[in-house]
Ligand binder design. Structure first.
Ligand code: CO
Length: 252
């Protein structure tokens, strides 16, 4: 497959998918508190997604068993919700969710504080979020795909953290994962030219320590090799002839 350019109608459907997903994340943020299990978050998220007439895109994707990826502390991404995993004060938790609305996908992730967290953890979450916004300064016509990658890594490194290299962002549309792959670190070549109508899921995963990760025996959960904290921030965007439009973010 190659990178597709979406029509105005397709972008309109992805805008609606993104609007719904932004709301799902806001509502999920309201229930994240010490004492809740990661399974409770998934259950609430799945019901919420379905209540908007959407399908949770992660459920059964390549065998993934839940609707929301819930990753705690040193877990980078793809944590599997579990009723015995109870969040406690001081944890950080990454929630990754995807919806399908009328055949079109949106994908977004946030890392949230559970109760009161350390200043270090707060800074990691903020730098991860800001690295996304640094990256999308280059998400416009005239730039190339890997200009985004380089901007993300430069910002992360300048703040003393590292970008995970084994997982990448991706094109998105009628499929959750479309071309192109979008690394969160500098590449030797600039990659494809960006064109209006490309829809991309940009998702820096940032570690407080080493960039190395490993997979747990469940074959899904990705953790930092040195067990340092990790944060994730992702939105679905569309390239336009001007500034990029962030589809999975509420503007207010
Ligand atoms: Co994604």
């Amino acid at each position: 497959m190659s990178v597709t350019i979406k029509s105005t109608r397709e972008i309109e459907l992805m805008r609606e998918a993104g609007r719904i997903l932004a709301e799902v994340h806001e509502r999920l943020g309201e229930i994240v508190k010490p004492g809740i299990s990661t399974k409770d978050i998934d259950k609430y998220g799945e019901e919420l997604i379905r209540s908007y007439g959407c399908i949770p895109s992660f459920l059964h994707y390549n065998g993934y068993p839940a609707s929301i990826c819930v990753s705690v502390n040193d877990e980078v991404v793809h944590g599997i919700p579990n009723k015995k995993r109870i969040l406690t004060n001081g944890d950080i938790v990454s929630l990754d969710a995807g919806v399908i609305y009328k055949g079109y996908h949106s994908d977004a992730a946030r890392t949230l504080a559970v109760g009161e967290i350390s200043e270090d953890a707060k800074r990691l979450i903020e730098v991860t979020k800001q690295s996304f916004f640094e990256g999308i300064k280059f998400a416009k016509e005239g730039y190339h795909l890997h200009d985004i990658s380089a901007a993300i890594e430069d910002y992360v490194i300048a703040h003393g953290y590292t970008c995970v290299r084994d997982l990448v962002g991706h094109g998105i549309g009628t499929e959750l994962h479309e071309d192109p792959q979008i690394p969160n670190f500098r590449q030797k070549r600039r990659g494809c030219k960006l064109q209006a109508g490309m829809t991309l899921a940009i998702e820096p995963m940032v570690n407080a320590g080493s960039p190395e990760v490993k997979w747990l025996e469940d074959e899904w959960t990705v953790v930092t090799s040195d067990h340092s904290l990790s944060a994730h921030y992702e939105n679905t965007i569309v390239i336009t002839t001007g500034e990029p439009e962030v589809l999975s973010l509420r503007l207010d």
